[in-house]
Design a binder for this molecule. Structure first.
Ligand SMILES: Cc1cc2nc3c(=O)[nH]c(=O)nc-3n(C[C@H](O)[C@H](O)[C@H](O)COP(=O)(O)O)c2cc1C
Length: 182
C-alpha cells in the first residue's frame, strides 16, 4: 500500500512520532509498503493565500515543498496524521499543509482512503477528531483515531508515551487491522 505519514510535531521521536512508528510496525513495516513521510516543520510550505487560482483546475501556483505532497497524497491508500494537540487543535505546521490541500480538494484526493489520526494530548482532542471524521465521511473515506493522553493531571506532569505502552499497542493493532483489511 501507499502510505503517507504527516508528522505534525517538530519533536523528532516525540510522543506522536512513536505512535506513528508503532502504527507502521503493525501495518507491516517499511518493507511491505511504500511509506512517504513529510514533516512540515522541516519543509518550506507557504500559507495558502486564498488567491483561488486553483479553482481554475491547475493546482496550487505556489512552487514550494507542497508540490511533493500533492502526488503522494493522491495515490495514498492510508494517510496518517500524527500530531500533538497545540492550543486545542493540530499544530500550525500541519494546519498550514492542510490549508494548501484546498488546491486539490476532491474525491480523487480525499476519497477511498483510510485516514489515521494519532494524537498526543494533555487535556483535549475533540476538535481534531470531529474535523477528520467530517472530512472522511464527506468523501466516503474512513477515519480512525488513537488518542493518547501524555499527562498526569494529579501530578501536573507530562508523561512520556513510552510509559503508556498500551497506547502504542493500540496504534500497532490498528496498523495490523488496516493491513488485514487492505
Ligand atoms: C505549545 C504547546 C501547546 C500545547 N497545547 C495543548 C492543548 O491545547 N491541549 C492538549 O491537550 N495538549 C497540549 N499540549 C501538549 C502536547 O499536545 C503533548 O505534550 C503531546 O504529547 C506532545 O507530542 P510530541 O512529543 O509528539 O510533540 C501542548 C504542548 C505544547 C508544547
Amino acid at each position: 500500500m501507499n502510505v503517507v505519514l504527516l508528522h505534525g510535531s517538530a519533536h523528532v521521536n516525540g510522543d506522536t512520532d512513536q505512535l506513528a512508528d508503532a502504527f507502521l510496525d503493525g501495518l507491516g513495516g517499511l518493507t511491505e509498503h511504500t511509506v512517504t513521510r513529510f514533516r512540515p516543520s522541516e519543509m518550506t510550505i507557504a500559507h495558502c493565500r486564498a488567491c483561488m487560482r486553483c479553482s481554475q483546475g491547475a493546482g496550487c501556483v505556489i512552487d514550494d515543498d507542497m508540490q511533493a505532497v500533492y502526488p503522494a497524497f493522491r495515490t495514498a491508500e492510508i494517510v496518517v496524521l500524527a500530531t500533538p494537540m497545540f492550543w486545542g487543535y493540530m499544530t500550525s505546521q500541519l494546519k498550514t499543509l492542510f490549508d494548501r490541500l484546498e488546491a486539490v480538494v476532491s474525491a480523487a484526493y480525499f476519497g477511498h482512503k483510510d485516514f489515521v489520526l494519532l494524537v498526543g494530548y494533555r487535556h483535549y482532542y475533540g476538535s481534531i477528531v470531529e474535523w477528520l471524521d467530517r472530512i472522511a465521511t464527506g468523501f466516503g473515506s474512513q477515519s480512525h483515531a488513537i488518542l493518547c493522553r501524555t499527562y498526569d493531571p494529579e501530578t501536573g506532569q507530562d508523561v512520556p508515551i513510552a510509559s503508556t505502552p498500551a497506547r502504542l499497542d493500540e496504534a500497532r493493532e490498528l496498523g495490523r487491522r488496516l493491513a488485514g483489511s487492505a
